[in-house]
Design a binder for this molecule. Structure first.
Ligand code: NDP
Ligand SMILES: O=C(O)C1=N[C@H](C(=O)O)C[C@H](O)C1
Length: 267
């Protein structure tokens, strides 16, 4: 990947979306970043919209990848394969913030990371990255008699549940406990047979209004409760973290990187 010289050129995918718009603003306000362009899916109402002098939102992800050092993808899971293919074909790094990813998507990311630099995270904020480390530590030190539950609230438009961040915090708790999340996760309890099972990590998802993203991990024992949480006051924090990650990733050799590395918290 020899495309980089000077400021990093960033291409934004999902440019008409809530995060896409916020990331474009952040790139334009960042000294070391240059907006290479922005793309949306064909036929999107934002197509052709002006985003900077002589730059409009286009539908050609591959052309954008060729003109960028790094793509920033906050779109939908179904767009991931095409976005990774374009990034690999153009030898362009990619930051993936899209949530709702399945194991199949993670296999595609691992495969792409053999060719290009890829950073995937469900949450680009500094606070949540730190929170995940704290949750892992707490889960590893407190015994199995501490029940772990994760609650989150997001705006009324969010389509995936539990949030990618809630699942990431669940992974952190499970890793602290030395178990696999898939074996202990309880998502959306309901009905007359929903009593908590020993060792479960439970999830509750609330949706409403314009909430940017609230998460709390509750560790509950007999007689006491530890709550570790984070509240996003606006999408700006995610955009700030995404651009920071993009600048860090541009020019890196092929591999799969983490937000912890961007923030110097270790792999
Ligand atoms: N990692 C993090 O820190 C954060 C992650 N997210 C995640 O980012 C994703 C986007 O969130 P948000 O911006 O709120 O959602 P939006 O629905 O507002 O934006 C997604 C955009 O992507 C567009 N899109 C769909 N398919 C394609 C495609 N093939 N190519 C290019 N663009 C496409 C959508 O178009 P259309 O509307 O027509 O479908 C839409 O404009 C979600 O998965 C969300 O959970 C959000 C915040 C922070
Ligand atoms: O869709 C959102 O808005 C958000 N999605 C991410 C998630 O699923 O965790 C991150 C953040 O909480 C906002």
């Amino acid at each position: 990947m020899a495309k980089r010289s000077g400021a990093a050129r960033i291409g934004v995918l999902g440019a008409g979306g809530r995060m896409g718009q916020s990331i474009i603003e952040r790139v334009l306000a960042t000294k070391d970043a240059v907006l290479a362009g922005a793309a949306e899916k064909p036929g999107h109402p934002a197509m052709g919209r002006s985003i900077a002098p002589s730059l409009v939102i286009c539908a050609n992800t591959l052309a954008l990848a060729h003109s960028a050092d790094v793509l920033v993808d906050f779109t939908i899971p179904d767009a991931l394969e095409e976005n990774l293919t374009a990034a690999c074909d153009a030898s362009c790094a990619i930051v993936i913030g899209t949530t709702g990813l399945t194991p199949k998507h993670h296999r595609l990311i691992d495969e792409a990371a053999k060719t290009i630099a890829v950073l995937q995270t469900a949450n680009t904020s500094l606070g949540v990255t730190m929170l995940a480390a704290l949750v892992k530590e707490a889960a590893s030190r407190l015994g199995d008699d501490w029940d772990i539950e994760i609650a989150e609230m997001h705006h009324r438009h969010k389509v995936d549940a539990p949030s990618g961040t809630a699942l990431m915090l669940g992974e952190a708790a499970a890793a602290g406990r030395g178990v696999k999340l898939a074996n202990v996760a309880a998502k959306g309890r309901a009905g007359a047979d929903a009593a908590r099972k020993v060792g479960e990590i439970g999830f509750a998802a609330l949706r409403g209004g314009s909430v940017a993203g609230d998460h709390v991990v509750i560790l509950a024992a007999d007689g006491e409760r530890l709550e570790l949480g984070h509240r996003a006051e606006s999408r700006e924090i995610f955009a700030r973290g995404a651009v920071r990650a993009a600048l860090w990733l541009a020019g890196k050799p092929a591999g799969r990187y983490t937000m912890n590395e961007v923030l110097g918290l270790g792999a």
